[in-house]
Design a protein around this ligand. Structure first.
Ligand SMILES: Cc1cc2nc3c(=O)[nH]c(=O)nc-3n(C[C@H](O)[C@H](O)[C@H](O)COP(=O)(O)O)c2cc1C
Length: 191
């Protein structure tokens, strides 16, 4: 019997270490289209995605590493090397930002960020359903203003929310025992 959509949701794992091939253009379009089905109060469509394809990732790593150092943040040579090694095999990074849209004062900022997070979750699940590995990271200088700005996301109008690394898993992720949902759920009766 083939896996159902629910089986995929229950088995998703993050997969940091990925390599080529990444999704082809049709698959990538499906993955990004899945983001458009995220819940979105007021239909603000706050999510923004910037693709950093394999041929540009080395250049982007140079920029991010230089910006991290210029910002005076700690970056050991070992951490820089391991990050560069990781990125050197990643076929695609999707940089994620949330557009704040100050003209809308009705819907609070955190709801836009939740919608953007939901859009990313759809990306992670769609990638998994198509057999790819994906990993959401707020490393690589996510919180360094110069990095977000280089991607077109100034801090006045956007919250930069990191990257989804996407590709073929280098090794199959282990199934992880998840906590029982009962630990996180109660029922309110009003009595
Ligand atoms: C917003 C966000 C940012 C994250 N940033 C990082 C990160 O920078 N480094 C990291 O190791 N994991 C990060 N994670 C966690 C991984 O993406 C992943 O969820 C975690 O390793 C657990 O794996 P799982 O998704 O298979 O349960 C982040 C998760 C979220 C939701």
């Amino acid at each position: 019997m083939s896996a159902t959509a629910l089986d995929y949701l229950l088995s998703r794992r993050s997969c940091k270490f990925v390599q080529a091939p990444g999704p082809n253009e049709d698959e990538l379009a499906q993955i990004l289209q899945a983001a458009m089905s995220a819940p979105d109060h007021g239909q603000l469509r706050p999510w923004r995605f910037t693709l950093i394809r394999q041929e540009s990732i080395g250049r982007f790593a140079d920029l991010a590493m230089a910006s991290i150092k210029a910002a005076g943040l700690p970056l050991t040579p070992e951490k820089e090397t391991s990050t560069r090694n990781w990125l050197s095999r990643v076929p695609l990074l999707i940089a994620v930002a949330c557009r704040l849209d100050h003209s809308n004062t009705k819907i609070p900022e955190h709801e836009r960020m939740l919608a953007t997070g939901a859009a990313v979750t759809n990306i992670l699940n769609a990638a998994h359903m198509l057999g790819y590995g994906a990993f959401w990271s707020t490393g690589i200088g996510t919180y360094v203003e110069e990095v977000a700005e280089a991607l077109g996301y100034d801090s006045l109008d956007y919250r930069f929310m990191g990257y989804v690394a996407l590709g073929t898993p280098i090794s199959a992720p282990q199934l992880l025992a998840r906590p029982d949902h009962g630990e996180f759920v109660n029922t309110w009766t009003g009595n």
